[in-house]
Design a protein. Structure first.
Length: 366
């Protein structure tokens, strides 16, 4: 461990050198000796010592107590007074300046070292407590933001359910049959999106608490992916052209089917969602002896470069999503599922031109 760095503030040079010798003998490093209050503040600012040993009576505009106040409040460096002044008025000013310690001259080495160590320990504890407090505040702020996103994503389908149910209740059979069917379909779609959102939130919670189950079993990745593309062709309502590519041969390996479902579906869902109407989306499976590559490509809105690093963090959404709905959970879930398989995911994207997500998974046939 590097030695503790101290700044000595003492205007009597003989005392200062004597002090330096004692402290160096005790294993401390003396970064400088200042002889006025102003010099003390300046040196503390420049040299950032771990602690300042401060004489009270100093020549110049500010004395040791005023200099300590500046050093402790502005630079957050603990100060221990080292002085021969012990009159009542001085003691009251000293107490009001909340020092980390007070040693009366003439000092002895053991008392000096103990006072310094107690001051440093107290300062470390206070700094840690402050950092924890700031972390809690930042965490609370983050949670409030996440809650706002989730509430928004719940409110939209809930309003759709209310409006359709209300219309069916009021007008029922007066509505033409196709309108009734349309309302029922909208209720079903909204309920489905609510249940997917709930599933994502629970999944993320299980991931955070390390309770996500992982059950690899043999699967033909090529035909599994082809089926998912089929489902998306049907559900995306011809909004996108969906293509599937592979060399046509089965690609058997051991993967967790449920987790693979989340990976493929989140990537396809994004490719469709962030594409303009009529855009092309493709999923390519390349089966190698040791690895399997999945590539999902679209010609959609693209991802701004500043978002690429945070893309896999829960609740992160890029600035160009506009009104496109989403909670920012899909990729965080996909990434964690890929991590559990020991795989990798990467992304390449050009704003306004499109995005390619590439997943590499290890192949094991055992
Ligand atoms: P959901 O939780 O419903 O999936 P989401 O789609 O916003 O919501 P993610 O799938 O985690 O969340 O994606 C995070 C962000 O990454 C998106 O909000 C979007 O900004 C960006 N993104 C992901 N995939 C694409 C893509 N193919 N094209 C453009 N942007 C994308
Ligand atoms: Mg998504």
């Amino acid at each position: 461990m590097p030695p503790t760095r101290l700044l000595i503030v003492e205007d009597e040079h003989l005392i200062a050198y004597d002090l330096r010798e004692s402290l160096e003998r005790l294993g401390y490093e003396i970064v400088a000796i200042a002889d006025t209050g102003i010099d003390a503040v300046r040196q503390a600012e420049q040299l950032r010592p771990d602690l300042v040993l401060m004489d009270i009576r100093l020549p110049g505009e500010i004395d040791g107590i005023d200099a300590s106040a500046q050093i402790q409040t502005q630079l957050h460096i603990p100060v221990v007074y080292l002085t021969a002044n012990a009159d009542q008025a001085t003691l009251e000013r000293v107490a009001a300046s909340h020092p980390y310690g007070y040693v009366l001259k003439p000092f002895n080495d053991r008392i000096l070292a103990t006072t310094i160590e107690i001051a440093l320990a107290r300062h470390r504890a206070e700094t840690a407590a402050e950092a924890a407090q700031q972390l809690t505040e930042a965490e609370m702020q983050r949670r409030a933001e996440h809650l706002a996103v989730v509430s928004h994503e719940i409110r939209t389908p809930l309003m759709a359910i209310r409006a359709c149910a209300d219309s069916l209740q009021r007008y029922g059979n007066l509505l033409p049959p196709d309108k009734q069917q349309q309302h029922l379909q909208q209720i079903q779609t909204a309920a489905e999106s609510l249940s997917l959102l709930l599933e994502d939130i629970l999944l993320l919670e299980r991931m955070h608490s390390d309770h996500l189950e992982f059950f690899p079993a043999p699967i033909d990745v090529a035909s599994f992916c082809e089926e998912q593309v089929e489902v998306w062709r049907y559900t995306s309502d011809h909004q996108c052209e969906l293509a599937f590519f592979s060399d046509g041969a089965p690609c058997i390996t051991r993967l967790d089917h449920k987790l693979l479902w989340h990976v493929v579906n989140n990537l396809l869902s994004n490719a469709v969602k962030y594409s303009p109407e009529g855009g092309c989306v493709s999923l390519t499976v390349s089966c190698q002896p040791d690895t399997i590559g999945l590539q999902v490509k679209d010609e959609g809105i693209g991802i701004p470069p500043e978002s690429l690093l945070q893309l896999f963090e829960p609740f992160h959404r890029a600035s160009n999503v506009g009104e496109i709905p989403g909670t920012g959970l899909g990729l965080a879930i996909a990434k964690r599922c890929i991590d559990l398989h020991g795989g990798q995911i990467s992304v390449e994207s050009t704003l306004g031109e499109g995005t390619v997500f590439t997943v590499q998974l290890n192949r094991s046939e055992g």
